[in-house]
Design a protein around this ligand. Structure first.
Ligand code: NAI
Length: 330
């Protein structure tokens, strides 16, 4: 099969080529899939996309007209695909449901620790021959209450790691995970109680109509003063303007973000020669208690191997006329 891989980053190309083992004809395309670029898929049987690609109705119509019959997502989330339209057009869609929940969970905890113990500031000081400690006071994670919003695969692992630190765990999810309650003593509570009682709040729900802006002014106002908030899930779970306001008043004491409401035009790309146009991220970058990574929580060797293997497996199944268990049905 001929496969067009959109948003093909250097960090993933060798993994994808290795997993393909010369079976398909793979073409790496640097640009993101959108209405302007969709015609690049002309003559391809399948298209593979990543987080910031758009497979909305107009794009899918172009892909279908160009002969594309399969969409291989290199992600778990599929909020960027119009599944109804894909179904109508006869384009099958498959994803990588879990490539390494450990990668994302471990990065989440890395953000917590880096912010808490002010590791970047400490390192920068040392590089300037400044070996003082003033301004670097952190807090013991042990005994702190952590609120986990979303206790699926990633949230569960975050809970286990933090349980190891001796944190108390609160959770909010539409499904109660018995293991979390029995194994880790997690208490499921309402989102309001979680916001009121947590010292650290971490987001692990998918982005849906129900979860969009789940962290807004209303919930931030309920939080403990100086709370640490971490988002490694999806940018639009958080109303960034509300977070900036709360950082200014110190209602939020720390904000760790691997994802950003307006990340599409920024993340995964080198803008070092450009004038930054996004005033919201510019403001976030001025806070010394905000820690930003550019959607890299998944970026481990294990995760990239798994993404590549599953993507190729999904493509192989399609070519062989078999339905992959990773196909998303509408
Ligand atoms: P999962 O599907 O295993 O868990 C999601 C949990 O959220 C489930 O327990 C579900 O019941 C709960 N949930 C869904 N809608 C809800 C609602 N309206 N209210 C309350 N609970 C709700 O997903 P997984 O694998 O744990 O991933 C979570 C998210 O992490 C993904 O959706 C994705 O957005 C993000 N992610 C981020 C990555 C990164 O590199 N930063 C990489 C991979 C995933």
């Amino acid at each position: 099969m001929r496969v067009a891989v959109f948003s093909a980053h250097n960090f993933e190309r060798d993994y994808l080529s290795g997993a393909n083992a010369d079976r398909h004809e793979i073409f790496f395309i640097d640009v993101r899939l959108n209405e302007q670029t969709a015609r690049l898929a002309a003559g391809f049987d399948a298209v593979s996309i990543f987080t910031s690609d758009h497979a909305d109705a107009p794009v899918l119509e172009i892909l279908a007209a160009e002969g594309v019959r399969f969409l291989a997502l290199r992600t778990a989330g599929f909020n960027n695909v119009d599944l109804k339209k894909a179904n109508e057009l006869g384009i099958k869609v498959a994803r990588v449901p879990a490539y390494s929940p450990y990668a994302v969970a471990e990065h989440t905890v890395a953000l917590m620790l880096a912010m808490n113990r002010k590791l970047i500031r400490a390192h920068q000081r040392i590089m300037d021959n400044n070996f003082t400690l003033d301004g670097l006071v952190g807090f013991d994670m042990h005994g702190k209450t952590v609120g986990i919003i979303g206790t699926g695969k990633i949230g569960h692992i975050v809970a286990r790691i933090l349980h190891g630190f001796g944190c108390k765990l609160l959770a909010f999810d539409s499904f109660l995970n018995d293991d979390l309650v029995k194994e880790l003593g997690t208490k499921y509570v309402s989102i309001e109680t979680l916001c009121r009682e947590s010292d650290i709040i971490t987001l692990h729900v998918p982005l849906t109509d129900d979860t969009k802006f789940i962290i807004d002014t209303k919930n931030i106002d309920l939080m403990k003063r100086g709370v640490m908030l971490v988002n490694t899930s999806r940018g639009k779970l958080v109303k960034t303007e509300a977070v900036i306001k709360a950082l200014k008043t110190q209602q939020i004491g720390f904000y760790g973000m691997d994802v950003y409401e307006e990340e599409e035009e920024l993340f995964f790309e080198d803008h070092s020669e450009d004038i930054l146009q996004d005033d919201m991220i510019a403001r976030l970058m001025t806070f010394n208690n905000v820690f930003i990574t550019s959607h890299q929580a998944f970026l481990t060797d294990t995760a990239l191997s798994n993404i590549a293997e599953t993507t190729m497996y999904n493509l192989n199944c399609f070519e062989d006329g078999k339905k992959s268990e990773n196909e998303i049905s509408f």
